[in-house]
Design a protein around this ligand. Structure first.
Ligand code: 6R9
Length: 649
């Protein structure tokens, strides 16, 4: 297969920070001499105590990852204070409300004051360095202030996406033993209120059953609608912030002190608390933000992610602010008031760099070109994609229609675990191919291996591993280092295994093909099949469940559930609705099953293992290719599954 090549675009090239020769030279140095390379680039942030040690990492044995380990710095200082001398009145955050008539601009000086005040509120309530703070917020500037205020005093934030249910939130509060929560009365998306504070109240009761007593809840007033209120525990953000000083000295932090925990789904068990630390993370987030997006001073930069995901952490808050950029925070959704909203906002704020997800691109492509064409889109210089493989058709539409053939697309592959972008074009250096994440970023050593761990060379398909550490890498799973080792370093000894499948073509370009484990990617959101299964079986009518993904035009993957009911319970559309509702309550709307098939039996091997390969094929309506079913305990169940499939074409 030969993909069409889109050569490096002239306009970007004329001003690009990195051309192909520089890419080649820097990349070679970063691999051959990581100490020298990162010793140099580590200086891009300010250190209160400069590091003398650079890299101390091992993927063997106990797995230990340390970068810049004797340096001291503070992330909040780097993202705010250090810009004050020259850029105090520059806009740091443009906030665009759900309602198109609402927006505001916040300067670095204002961010400094807000962050200091909130940090002082937290200190006054007893939050100390190392304490975990849960942040459950809508997309409002206070979400960024909350993250930065934690970083300022050395507290470790755990941001939980506002679309997660009280159960999911409660579980995360318990896992990281956090007794301090920052939230808002309600969120607002597409004109609909999201009951954040009421969800927090429920989550706190759930956490109490896990013996974690939340002591303080700081509440931002967003909509002003009434919510539950526990006097003594619940405090209004604006009232508390008004009482304290607008100055708060940043706490000197060791490079390896934790910065945040972010929960993400894996193939087994409950979501894992991915732990990132201070120095290496910030160096990597800011460096990738600058070079991947070819960020120049004065650019208006917009990443449409939510701060509840890693993309929001690294590329709405930390990367851009460390670089002194203007970052746009959007409260709403792509289709409200209509499907032209993204492009309207691009024109309104003269956005130069625009970064979104394939699922949004596909949905907007489906709405037709008119919504795009009624905007001028004269400001964008660069477009980005993240979260899942982008199909060539969506890529071409993004390039030709949205970008008017003028803007390079950076298709950025990375993960919550990697902290920052790992495989990506650099706009002034890389010829593009629609659907390929192209080449590794500086310091990243990808390797493709087969099922037995044999290293594959040249153009080939394989499992994607990274063979050496980079500064933004996660350091451990909060509270479970053994699980960290088992999850990422045990499958292929001495290598970080990404969980993704990948093809390398004849030009050495990487094409991510999707997860090879039991992780779903639904609209760019990661979900473990095990999580959805355990939500289903927690319903009293369900005896067993198996969940697989299937190709979905908009979401990338849809959620297909095979459900075996308790004896005597009849399957019905009514029960389907109940089960969908049940999963939404247990996890959140992002986990809503798309298809539920009632199955009297699941295909199992004689040792009782569910054969997901077969279930995936049936969900894809591709049962002609079921492969070998001779190891099944009862081959007859397959006929029933095929007869009652829910995805007939
Ligand atoms: C940043 C983020 C990580 C998983 C990852 C992969 C998929 C992300 C991608 C991509 C193809 C891209 N993924 N970016 N697949 N091309 N450009 O999304 O983190 O939520 O942890 O998801 O997403 O499967 O393993 P996270």
């Amino acid at each position: 297969m030969f993909a069409k090549i889109y050569p490096v675009l002239k306009p970007a090239n004329n001003r690009a920070l990195i051309d192909n020769e520089t890419y080649q030279n820097w990349y070679r140095e970063s691999i051959e001499n990581p100490e020298r390379f990162w010793g140099e680039h580590g200086k891009r942030i300010d250190w209160s105590k400069p590091f003398t040690k650079i890299k101390n990492t091992s993927f063997e044995g106990d797995v230990s990852i340390k970068w810049f380990e004797d340096g001291e710095t503070n992330v909040s200082y780097n993202c705010v204070d250090r810009h004050l001398a020259t850029h105090a009145d520059q806009v740091a955050i443009i906030w665009e409300g759900d309602d198109p008539s609402l927006s505001k601009k916040i300067t670095y000086r204002e961010v400094h004051e807000q962050v200091c005040r909130l940090a002082n509120v937290m200190k006054a309530r007893g939050v100390k360095k190392g304490d975990r703070v849960t942040v459950y917020m809508p997309m409002i500037p206070e979400a960024a202030y909350a993250m930065l205020a934690c970083a300022r005093i050395g507290a470790v934030h755990s941001v939980v996406f506002g679309g997660f249910s009280p159960d999911a939130l409660g579980g995360r509060i318990v896992d990281c033993e956090s007794t301090f929560v920052i939230t808002a009365d309600e969120g607002l998306r597409g004109g609909k209120p999201i009951p954040l504070k009421n969800n927090v109240d429920k989550a706190i009761d759930i956490a109490a059953r896990g013996h974690i007593m939340v002591k303080d809840v700081i509440v931002v007033r967003r909509t002003g609608n009434p919510t539950g209120w526990a006097p003594g525990r619940d405090l209004w953000y604006h009232e508390e912030c008004a009482k304290v000083s607008a100055d708060c000295a940043p706490e000197p932090m060791n490079a390896e002190d934790p910065l945040f925990i972010l929960y993400t789904s894996g193939s087994t068990g409950r979501p894992k608390g991915v732990l990132h630390t201070t120095g290496g993370y910030l160096v990597y987030a800011s460096m990738t933000h600058q070079y991947v997006f070819d960020y120049h001073e004065g650019d208006i930069y917009w990443c449409t992610a939510d701060v509840g995901w890693v993309t929001g952490h690294s590329y709405i808050v930390y990367g851009p602010l460390a670089n002194g950029a203007t970052t746009l925070m959007f409260e709403g959704v792509p289709n409200y008031p209509d499907q032209g909203r993204f492009w309207e906002v691009v024109d309104k704020h003269k956005v130069n760099i625009f970064y979104t997800a394939p699922t949004a691109i596909r949905a907007l492509m489906g709405a037709g070109d008119d919504f795009v064409k009624r905007s001028s889109r004269s400001s964008p210089r660069l477009l980005g994609s993240v979260g899942e493989p982008i199909n060539p058709e969506a890529w071409e539409w993004y390039y030709h229609v949205v970008g008017d053939d003028r803007c390079p697309i950076v298709d950025t592959w990375w993960q919550t675990e990697t902290g920052g972008i790992m495989i990506t074009p650099l706009p002034g250096a890389t010829d593009l191919k629609a659907g390929s994440a192209t080449r590794p970023f500086f310091g990243v050593k990808p390797e493709l291996v087969d099922g037995e761990g044999r290293v594959l060379e040249g153009a080939t398909d394989g499992n994607l591993c990274i063979t050496d550490s980079w500064p933004g890498q996660m350091r451990t799973i909060h509270g479970d280092h053994e699980r960290f080792i088992q999850t990422y370093f045990a499958t292929y000894k001495g290598k970080y295994f990404t969980g993704d499948g990948c093809r390398r073509d004849e030009d050495g370009y990487y094409w991510i093909t999707g997860r090879v484990d039991d992780v779903l990617n639904v609209s760019g959101h990661r979900l473990g099949t095990a999580e959805v299964e355990s939500a289903l079986v927690s319903h009293h009518d369900v005896s067993e469940a198996a969940v697989v993904g299937y190709p979905h035009d908009i979401k990338g993957q849809g959620i297909y559930c095979y459900v075996t009911l308790m004896a005597g319970v009849q399957g019905s559309d009514e029960l389907r609705k109940t089960l969908v509702g049940h999963v939404r309550t247990e996890i959140g709307p992002i986990a809503s099953p798309d298809k539920i098939q009632f199955a009297p039996g699941l295909p199992k091997t004689r040792s009782g293992k569910i054969m997901r390969r077969i279930l995936r094929k049936i969900a894809e309506d591709d049962f002609g290719a079921l492969g070998d079913t001779s190891t099944l305990a009862d081959p007859a169940v397959v006929d029933d599954l095929i007869a009652n499939r829910q995805n007939k074409k």
